[in-house]
Design a protein around this ligand. Structure first.
Ligand SMILES: *[C@@H]1O[C@H](CO)[C@@H](O)[C@H](O)[C@H]1NC(C)=O
Ligand SMILES: *[C@@H]1O[C@H](CO)[C@@H](O)[C@H](O)[C@H]1NC(C)=O
Ligand SMILES: *[C@@H]1O[C@H](CO)[C@@H](O)[C@H](O)[C@H]1NC(C)=O
Ligand SMILES: *[C@@H]1O[C@H](CO)[C@@H](O)[C@H](O)[C@H]1NC(C)=O
Ligand SMILES: *[C@@H]1O[C@H](CO)[C@@H](O)[C@H](O)[C@H]1NC(C)=O
Ligand SMILES: *[C@@H]1O[C@H](CO)[C@@H](O)[C@H](O)[C@H]1NC(C)=O
Ligand SMILES: *[C@@H]1O[C@H](CO)[C@@H](O)[C@H](O)[C@H]1NC(C)=O
Length: 709
């Protein structure tokens, strides 16, 4: 009796809390993207972990952070009939009541209620426009705040928002400068590090951090209801709390970020609100020069691509701000495309995964150069700061094949240019273009994080995948020499791979890795196809024969036939070992039909025997797994049940992980926890799109004459 009473009391208590909580759909993610457009404009709300005890997932109550966890102070207040509430940030006025949160591929939307009187809908839109280079090049993001009456009565409403100078650098002792002005019909604050340190970031060497150069913009439409102010945080916020407006003044003392914290604020008087009224804000980080690249003509600074379309930062800013309705339309159609295709491929759980990955994947990239020579640069993020890491591009690339395969060329071009101009001494492929983003200054001494079989296989697979989907056979011709050289390396080293790292470098080097060998062998067959498409028929036959000989031997070396059920091993000869055979997906992706159907079927039988709470382990060395490789394994499966098993478990991880950071690709299958510090916010989550990558069309794969040579 007594026990029951206690239980029912607990139950009541628990349900009360639950009722007060916001709902989250389609899932409660470990972190919510707020303004995520580039490695440096990447602000999130940590939403997991503390969700049962703290503010997890509530916009009011905690600070937004750069992915690397430096606070990017961003606040919001609302004044309703003279009473003030907080809707964003860790500031003192009472929080609004968050009712729901929802994410799509490009938007994070919060619905709030204020004092039972008004409803707020706050939408963070970070556009992703893979087929529109001009829009994709603009490293800016939107926040729209819509207010309406809840009780049919008009209410007197003012809204307020500010950013702190933390957006301008991760070092709070750095001095910042600012100005406020109007361009066209857009009022803006500009904040920058007084001493610009170009191509530099804090948190080096491996810590990873925010940029130490460029200008931060915070903008809104200039009209008579808008007021602005810069100044010390408490002073500026108190003015709004007390008066509902700002005095348009400017703090005249440039100073360090953390000294009497300067903030840059807007207040908007909405007057009497009954029907929905929207106010739009733009946040951006603009850097004229973005990347330092060692190419054919030596090292040079490469400008952001938007500089080709706009002569000034102000014109880019006002164009972007006024482009909102077009961007909304484009974003909604992209969101809908992902909904339709994801649900059709593997159901609602799959959409939970894909729609969370889109901004994270594109947010690790940046378009630079000019329209006639455009590079898409990528930062590895969190695991280290490497630029253009080949085995990070590999897991990223399914999302590009899905949205726009032409972007593959923009990613691969700098890798080819640097290696073809003699800046890399080895016969195998380089691992990355530079130790630390935004420097793509290479490794002329040959010392990088060597992954020879891995990267040769990746380059061959990705180059062919690009050409198959765009018809750009000329690209294969242009890079034939290097592709052929890498294939030579694979012929030497893929069947019996020496002791070396695979992309899963956190697990350490290992000899005879079954999955790594498979990647190399598929790479050789990919080169046979490259040779055929470019009419190098002798090479086509030679590599076809080698790849087929190797795949037969590989089955003897890498399959534990006597196990029940049989499966491929982690490394040759260790029959009890196993791992996700994710590289097999490349055979399907390229339509090669190299790996016998029996191998696919065997793995389909095996994986379900190894399911844990949140996934299937990466391999027998540890209890962790990789989200990207799980989706590759799912995409390779012929069995619908196996695909759906992987998808269900990964969606469960997203909704259940105790981690409190942007989506980790490395996590423990039993606890859902992550290893910490590294492996958050990485572009590799683009790999979850593997299930949406169509095989190359038969016409292209079977008849080289369709190509215009
Ligand atoms: C990039 O290289 C420059 C020197 O050219 C250096 O000052 C800067 O710190 C480097 N950036 C990073 C993030 O390591
Ligand atoms: C704001 O103050 C700074 C520092 O005194 C000054 O350089 C800047 O021109 C001022 N801006 C405006 C718009 O008054
Ligand atoms: C290198 O510079 C030459 C001369 O200006 C130019 O013709 C060539 O296109 C440049 N090469 C690359 C890869 O940018
Ligand atoms: C393959 O091995 C042969 C024999 O050791 C060697 O001469 C050749 O350079 C190697 N090829 C590559 C691309 O490393
Ligand atoms: C790697 O596999 C080959 C072929 O089975 C074998 O000869 C060699 O001893 C293996 N190496 C190790 C370290 O297991
Ligand atoms: C591993 O399995 C193979 C057959 O797949 C068998 O020939 C071999 O003896 C087994 N090795 C051990 C150590 O059990
Ligand atoms: C996996 O987790 C279990 C407990 O759930 C533990 O006993 C085991 O040692 C772990 N295995 C590895 C390889 O870490």
């Amino acid at each position: 009796m007594q026990l029951l009473a206690v239980l029912s009391l607990l139950f009541t208590f628990f349900t009360t809390i639950t009722n007060a909580d916001s709902t989250f759909s389609p899932a409660h993610p470990p972190a919510i993207p707020l303004a995520v457009r580039s490695p440096y404009l990447s602000t999130w709300l940590n939403a997991g972990g503390a969700r049962n005890t703290g503010f997890g997932g509530n916009l009011a109550g905690s600070w937004a952070v750069h992915w690397s966890q430096q606070t990017t102070g961003w606040t919001g207040m609302i004044r309703v009939d003279g009473k003030v509430f907080t809707w964003m940030g860790a500031i003192s006025p009472k929080a609004v009541e968050q009712k729901s949160f929802k994410y799509t591929s490009t938007k994070s939307t919060f619905t709030m209620e204020v004092d039972g009187k008004v409803q707020m809908i706050i939408t963070f839109l970070s556009p992703v426009t893979p087929n529109d280079m001009k829009r994709q090049s603009l490293t800016m993001s939107y926040m729209e705040v819509t207010v309406s009456s809840l009780d049919d009565k008009p209410h007197d409403v003012q809204i307020y928002t500010d950013i702190s100078a933390q957006w301008a650098s991760g070092e709070i002792t750095a001095e910042v400068s600012w100005s406020q002005a109007t361009t066209g019909d857009v009022a803006y604050h500009r904040v920058w590090r007084s001493t610009q340190s170009i191509f530099d970031e804090n948190g080096k060497p491996d810590g990873n951090g925010m940029a130490n150069w460029g200008n931060v913009y915070y903008a809104a439409k200039r009209d008579s209801d808008l007021s602005t102010r810069s100044g010390e945080d408490t002073v500026v916020r108190n003015e709004f709390i007390n008066t509902g407006k700002l005095d348009n003044s400017n703090d005249s003392e440039f100073r360090p970020i953390g000294l009497r914290w300067p903030v840059f604020a807007f207040a908007k008087d909405l007057d009497l609100v009954s029907k929905p009224v929207s106010t739009l804000f733009t946040i951006g980080l603009l850097q004229k020069d973005a990347i330092q690249f060692l190419g054919a003509n030596g090292t040079s600074a490469i400008p952001s691509l938007w500089t080709s379309y706009f002569s000034t930062e102000e014109s880019a800013l006002s164009w972007f701000h006024n482009d909102y309705s077009s961007q909304q339309g484009l974003s909604t159609s992209l969101d809908n495309q992902v909904v339709k295709d994801s649900v059709a491929a593997a159901g609602q759980d799959y959409l939970t995964i894909t729609s969370l990955a889109v901004r994270q994947a594109f947010g690790a990239t940046q378009l630079v150069g000019t329209p006639s020579k455009t590079f898409l640069f990528m930062k590895e993020i969190s695991s280290n700061g490497n630029t253009q890491t080949v085995d990070v591009i590999f897991p990223l690339h399914p999302i590009l094949l899905y949205f726009n395969p032409k972007l593959m060329k923009n990613l691969l071009d700098p890798l080819y240019e640097q290696q073809e101009s003699g800046h890399w001494p080895h016969t195998y492929s380089i691992h990355d273009l530079g130790y630390h983003y935004p420097n793509a200054t290479g490794h002329a001494d040959g010392n990088d994080e060597e992954m020879p079989v891995e990267e040769c296989g990746n380059m061959l697979i990705m180059t062919l995948a690009y050409a198959q989907r765009t018809g750009d056979v000329n690209y294969l011709k242009q890079h034939y020499k290097l592709l052929n050289q890498w294939t030579g390396f694979l012929v030497n080293d893929s069947l019996i791979p020496a002791n070396q790292l695979s992309t899963d470098d956190f697990a350490g080097p290992l000899q005879n890795q079954t999955n790594l060998a498979l990647k190399g062998i598929i790479g050789i067959q990919a080169m046979s196809e490259v040779s055929r498409l470019t009419r190098n028929t002798a090479d086509a036959k030679k590599y076809h024969d080698i790849a087929h000989e190797y795949i037969n031997k590989w089955q003897d070396l890498g399959i534990a036939k006597g196990e029940n059920p049989p499966h491929t091993t982690l490394n040759y000869g260790y029959n009890q070992s196993w791992g996700l055979l994710y590289n097999i997906w490349a055979d399907k992706e390229l339509g090669l039909n190299l790996v016998p159907q029996s191998v696919y079927d065997m793995q389909d039988e095996f994986y379900p025997t190894q399911q844990a709470k949140y996934g299937v382990r990466l391999d027998t060395r540890k209890n962790w797994t990789k989200a990207d490789w799980e989706m590759f394994a799912a995409a390779a499966a012929n069995s619908k049940e196996v695909r759906e098993m992987f998808v269900k478990l990964l969606a469960r991880f997203i909704n259940g992980t105790p981690m409190n950071r942007p989506f980790s690709d490395l996590y423990d299958v039993d606890t859902g926890d992550w290893p910490g510090v590294t492996f958050t916010a990485r572009p590799v989550v683009g790999g979850v799109f593997a299930l949406l990558v169509n095989p190359p069309s038969k016409r292209v794969a079977s008849d080289a004459t369709v190509w215009k040579a």
